[in-house]
Design a protein around this ligand. Structure first.
Ligand SMILES: NC(=O)c1ccc[n+]([C@@H]2O[C@H](COP(=O)([O-])OP(=O)(O)OC[C@H]3O[C@@H](n4cnc5c(N)ncnc54)[C@H](OP(=O)(O)O)[C@@H]3O)[C@@H](O)[C@H]2O)c1
Length: 435
């Protein structure tokens, strides 16, 4: 613990988030300084291209193109890694942690890929690593899990963690437009990246789910061990079925834990969420997370999951915690002790399912489909037939009673082989796990 009267902050990366942090630290400086009893000095910042026009004005003498200069500068107390990616960001973070510095990061990909290494470096060298902005932008979910809900074990956490997907699904639902049409518009508005695959195929959500699972259960579940499905195959038929039957379709991360066996399971998939659930009504770019603790019960968090200002809000909250740590020695509650929890086998994952497929419009097809499901022990709860865009075809929508994930996957493989099934059937989960 030291008693610093001036805190020197270095911002590595002055893009969307970095500029937001700079802007809002300048704006709230007087208030924060009087509350913390220190002078805040935005000492240095790094960029790749110093000639780029930026919304914040920074004296040239404070700018560098080498973030490692900031990470290793002995006068810098807090290093903010806001570069992104997992290469240079890792180098910068490790360099600072190895000097016992405090690093604040918004980088979920870095944490997901190198989390154990970063925490180990922080522990070994007396540094600290803060990462509130890495999951759900402005929602203080990391602090809630780590501190506010520390009395709890978490049987179920589920959430909407990707604003781009939620925006696309909301617009498809409200306006009846197709996925490609809304995606093109989301790109034009800057809500979706030029390469949208990380978002729409569920990997961004999976990265964030991995971080939440670690905080809740102390175990890192690599994204390759998760069930990850995106939203690219969804059509108006799915959204209309959802609407007509009291659901909204949301891309959810779902983290479950069996307290008896210790097994953890992390999955990401589009889900039919009953409209009675708060998260079914979280729309547009908003994120929402439901956390069920064994002591507190269900708690729900909603807010903007990305963007300059919400993310800056989370980064600044970490900077403030870091200052309290530096000056008062108030160490935040450490991360959970790392364990290797077993993963729940697929045989134990169960739920109700929604299947949509195009079939040849001829007699006996429904009997063949029903027999395929029955042969895997999957029982049908409802069947709906709609006109198909394909010639001489119909769209069948089935829901099932509770079945096992393994059985439904075997059913899908079976259905794909039937000559009367046209194209690839779509499988969605129905959120009966949400109680
Ligand atoms: N944007 C969001 O809404 C959001 C939300 C939550 C978390 N995050 C996370 O926050 C981090 C930053 O995201 P962002 O959207 O602010 O990214 P960004 O706008 O692309 O900014 C990245 C910054 O890093 C600098 N940089 C990149 N490569 C560099 C290199 N090789 N050498 C030196 N500087 C380099 C860039 O310099 P130039 O400006 O000169 O190009 C830029 O200032 C990422 O980890 C991201 O996942 C972002």
């Amino acid at each position: 613990m030291s008693n610093l009267s001036t805190i020197n902050i270095g911002i590595c990366g002055l893009g969307t988030v970095g500029q937001g942090v700079w802007k809002h630290l300048e704006r709230s400086r007087a208030d924060l300084e009087s509350r913390l009893g220190v002078t805040l000095n935005l000492a240095r910042a790094s960029v790749r291209d110093p000639k780029k026009k930026r919304a914040v004005r920074i004296p040239a003498a404070k700018l560098t193109t080498d973030p490692l200069v900031i990470a290793t500068d002995p006068s810098i107390h807090i290093v903010c890694e806001l570069i992104g990616g997992t290469t240079l960001a890792r180098e910068v973070t490790l360099a600072a942690l190895k000097l016992g510095k405090t690093v604040v990061s918004a980088n979920k990909a870095l944490l997901c890929k190198h989390g154990p290494e970063l925490f180990a470096a922080a522990r070994k060298h007396g540094g600290h690593f803060f990462f509130e902005a890495s999951v759900a932008g402005g929602i203080p979910i990391i602090k809630s899990l780590r501190e506010g809900l520390v009395a709890n074990r978490f049987k179920l956490i589920y959430g909407i963690l990707n604003g781009t997907c939620n925006y696309i699904l909301t617009r498809m639902d409200r306006e009846g437009l197709s996925y490609p049409a809304i995606l093109a518009e989301a790109k034009a508005l800057g809500y979706a990246e030029a390469d949208e695959s990380l978002d729409v195929e569920g990997w961004d959500t999976a990265h964030k789910a991995s971080i939440l699972a670690y905080l809740a259960h102390g175990t890192w579940v690599p994204v390759e061990k998760m069930l990850v499905e995106g939203i690219t195959q969804l059509t108006q038929a799915d959204l209309q079925f959802a609407r007509d039957n009291g659901y909204a379709v949301k891309l959810l991360a779902v983290i479950t834990r069996d307290f008896d066996t210790g097994e953890v399971f992390v999955r990401v998939h589009p889900t039919l969420v009953p409209l009675t659930k708060v998260l079914a009504n979280v729309n547009e770019v908003y994120n929402g997370i439901s956390v069920t603790g064994d002591v507190v019960g269900e708690t729900v968090y909603i807010g903007r999951g990305a963007g300059q200002d919400p993310t800056a809000s989370a980064v600044i909250s970490d900077i403030v915690d870091a200052i309290i740590l530096l000056n008062r020695g108030n160490t935040p509650l450490p991360e959970p002790v790392e364990t290797r929890a077993p993963l729940t086998p697929l045989e134990k994952i169960h739920g109700s399912y929604y299947l949509r497929m195009d079939v040849k419009d001829e007699p006996g097809v429904l009997a063949k489909i029903a027999s395929a499901l029955a042969s895997h022990g999957v029982s049908i709860a409802s069947v709906l037939q709609r006109p198909s865009d394909r010639p001489a075809a119909a769209t069948l929508i089935l829901t099932t009673h509770s079945s096992h994930e393994k059985a439904i996957r075997a059913t899908l493989a079976h259905l794909r082989k039937l000559s009367s099934v046209l194209g690839d059937p779509l499988l969605l989960r129905i959120a009966d796990f949400a109680g």
